[in-house]
Design a protein around this ligand. Structure first.
Ligand code: PCA
Length: 221
């Protein structure tokens, strides 16, 4: 697709965070995708990939370094969700760390708030319904996810939303979980090229829209 004459993202910076491998894996699908956006421009906006450690606390400290270094207008945080078959557009970050497995520093918090005294939850700042619709238009499996889990991904997502809610400057952000890559079989997997396209579309839609669209994305229990 050709760039529009007056791109929505002109002069803006998009921070694209992703994670190092965890739980003994050799790679993390989220970083394999994010690192390929280095030096890319989408709709006039510069994309800056940034790798975060899978460590409670340190991941947020690194997110803060990335936010300070880039002064990003849009932040899309990526993570890998083994076992999920579709690109998962996360709706809500919750204020709890409850680790079923140790993080990469061996820490395993249980029922601890991400931010003591913070609200129970924050909504994403991304137009997730519009992103899901755009992905499905291109035949990419996409879903609205009602939970980003309670491990390091949700931890970073919550901190990002808190910075968005309380920050002095305008920044919008949210979280997307990606399925595993084919070399990580056996799992439900999504080819690298498809995840790359999904993330590029998510950035495009997020730059183009201030408001989300109205479309069903709920789930029955
Ligand atoms: N996925 C984990 C942490 C890092 C990642 O890529 C999660 O979903 O919390």
């Amino acid at each position: 697709m050709s760039e529009p004459a007056f791109p929505e993202g002109a002069g803006q910076r998009v921070l694209l965070t992703a994670f190092e491998p965890f739980d003994g894996a050799a790679l993390n699908a989220s970083w394999e995708v994010a690192r390929r956006f280095a030096d890319r421009t989408i709709r006039g906006a510069t994309v800056v990939p940034w790798r975060l450690p899978v460590v409670f606390g340190e991941a947020i400290a690194e997110l803060d370094r990335a936010l300070a270094a880039t002064a990003a207008h849009l932040v899309i945080a990526l993570g890998e969700a083994r076992g999920r078959a579709a690109v998962s557009l996360e709706r809500v970050a919750i204020n709890v760390d409850d680790a079923r497995i140790p993080d990469n520093a061996g820490s395993r918090p249980i029922d601890r708030p991400v931010v003591a005294g913070g609200p129970a939850a924050y909504w994403t700042g991304l137009p997730i319904k519009a992103i899901a619709a755009r992905l499905r238009d291109e035949g990419i499996p996409a879903e609205i996810s009602q939970t980003a889990g309670t491990f390091v991904c949700n931890h970073v997502f919550y901190a990002l939303c808190q910075r968005q809610a309380e920050g002095a400057r305008t920044m919008r952000g949210g979280f997307i979980h990606l399925p595993a890559l084919p070399e990580q079989q056996p799992q439900p997997v999504l080819p690298l090229a498809v995840s790359l396209r999904a993330v590029a579309l998510a950035i495009e839609v997020s730059l183009a829209r201030r408001q989300d669209m109205v479309a069903a994305g709920g789930a029955l229990a």
